[in-house]
Ligand binder design. Sequence first.
Ligand code: DX5
Ligand code: ZN
Length: 228
Amino acid sequence: MTPNGVAPSILAADFARLGDQVAAVLGAGATTIHVDVMDGHFVPNLTLGLPVVEALHAATDLPLDCHLMIHDPDRWAVGYAEVGVHNVTVHVEAAADPVALAKNLRAAGALAGLSIKPDTPLEPHVETLRHYDTLLVMSVEPGFGGQSFIPAVLDKVRAARRLVDTGHLQLLLEIDGGINADTIVAAAEAGVDCFVAGSAVYGADDPARAVAALRDRVRAATPNRWGP
Ligand code: DX5
Ligand code: ZN
């Protein structure tokens, strides 16, 4: 499973010094680094691809969590697993055969993640999720950082949490978009395990302190779900 906790998204980092920006959150409680790959087709924005991910992987000991906002992940996602990405997440709206894709990702050594956009319902994909390790619930429309959190998606988080807690699914629950010191509390209470935060971390004067503060908010909100 992708480690629990806060996953800084480098989408909001300074791309000219990515290695330093990742190092800045090491030791502050960041458990994974979230890397947003956008292709300018599945989403209107364009970010980075495999060569940059490979370089980042070589530059840090933190596991990478790659969120692929791309068309045709059936063709491209396995390449990210092959370069050592810990968790590779694809969008259910883009995948032609998400079950086969999950198997291929796992066979290549990665955890398989499935993401759903804010308007995509959970229920039709529950059986598919049996093949996945992570569910990434988007709490903004994918494509850009700095958007406002959509609270209605927490209903899907709660539903997924129930499926996990009752043993129907084995998934780590991740949320992405608009997470900050205020919204993270409701997300934690709904049952999220891993909280992606871009602007709340890299838009802060001290990214490490921002990660620690977010982690502390989660632990205060849901003390029973975290160790001492
Ligand atoms: C948006 C990306 C997010 C983004 C979140 O499509 O998937 O990971 O970095 O940024 P914030 O935390 O600023 O909403
Ligand atoms: Zn993301």
